[in-house]
Design a protein around this ligand. Structure first.
Ligand SMILES: [Zn+2]
Length: 283
């Protein structure tokens, strides 16, 4: 089993996020990885934080050419695992569904609701891969979609840095690329859901299917369509707020990397125990 601390020379921790996260690191090495599911969004960029080796993967490609519904999520998670990654951090921009979750709020969700459609969301779909491997049927336990250890480290780290995070909540993931209508936004809020995003699923379930820890750090960039009198959310607004907060989000992320345990004892590490998948996971 690969050491989660990257002590075997490979990356133990993966961050699915754009160049704003790794461009400040010294000695970043770019590697290309192909997978049985096709190419990932981009190269992996390997760097080191506090002695831990980290693989960064720009979710939308380095030039942001991929909309959320065109991302090859299976290839992304498989590529990270192939590089040695066992713990994944998934920062993302979301819309707030409650008035108190304004722009700049950091939420570490503990639940998600899948409102996507047409995305490949399992490695175990029984379809033969190009290399001839055909999976068996696997029904993954997914009651708690996020790594409890990763969540705890993320929350403690944000608090330590003076950024009072929201502990828990439900991320509703929509297909996109359009934003919600006012009616959809009202409906999402009425369900008691906390934030709405476009990439948090199937990232989380695919990570679990590969026995990877996955922790989502959701940065609220807008109030979705929820404000009855507002113009509704625009892409420019999302980019602006994300840009304003990228610095402190990066600081939190780097400290989370440093704070993740070297050895895993969470449910994620044994998610496939006792299940016959027919698919050999990359070491
Ligand atoms: Zn875990």
């Amino acid at each position: 089993m690969t050491a989660a601390d990257g002590s075997d020379g490979r990356a133990g921790i993966g961050v699915i996020g754009g160049s704003g996260f790794y461009s400040f690191l010294d000695d970043v090495t770019e590697i290309t990885v192909d997978t049985p599911y096709g190419p990932p969004s981009d190269s992996l960029f390997l760097g080191e934080i506090a002695g831990r080796k980290v693989a960064f993967l720009p979710r939308h490609g380095r030039d942001h050419r991929l909309p959320p519904h065109r991302i090859n999520y299976r290839a992304n998670l498989w590529a990270l695992r192939s590089a040695g990654v066992r713990q994944v951090l998934g920062p993302c921009a979301v819309g707030g569904l409650r008035p108190e979750y304004g722009p700049g709020t950091l939420l570490v969700p503990d639940q998600l609701v899948d409102r996507t459609k047409g995305r490949e969301q399992s490695f175990y779909d029984g379809e033969p891969r190009p290399d001839g491997v055909t999976s068996k049927v696997v029904h993954m336990t997914f009651a708690d979609p996020y790594c409890p250890t990763g969540r705890a480290v993320a929350l403690a780290t944000a608090r330590k840095q003076g950024w009072e995070p929201v502990d828990g909540g439900t991320m509703c993931v929509i297909e996109g690329p359009r934003f919600s209508t006012r009616a959809e936004s009202r409906w999402h809020a009425a369900q008691g859901w906390s934030v709405v995003g476009m990439t948090g699923h199937p990232e989380a379930v695919l990570a679990r299917e590969l026995e990877l820890c996955f922790t989502s750090l959701a940065l609220v960039t807008d109030l979705d369509a929820g404000a009855e009198t507002g113009e509704g959310v625009s892409h420019a607004e999302v980019l602006e707020v994300f840009g304003q907060n990228i610095g402190r989000l990066r600081e939190v992320l780097f400290d989370v990397v440093a704070g993740l345990p070297q050895e895993r004892d969470c449910l994620c590490a044994g998610a496939l125990l006792g299940q016959e998948t027919g698919v050999e996971l990359p070491e």
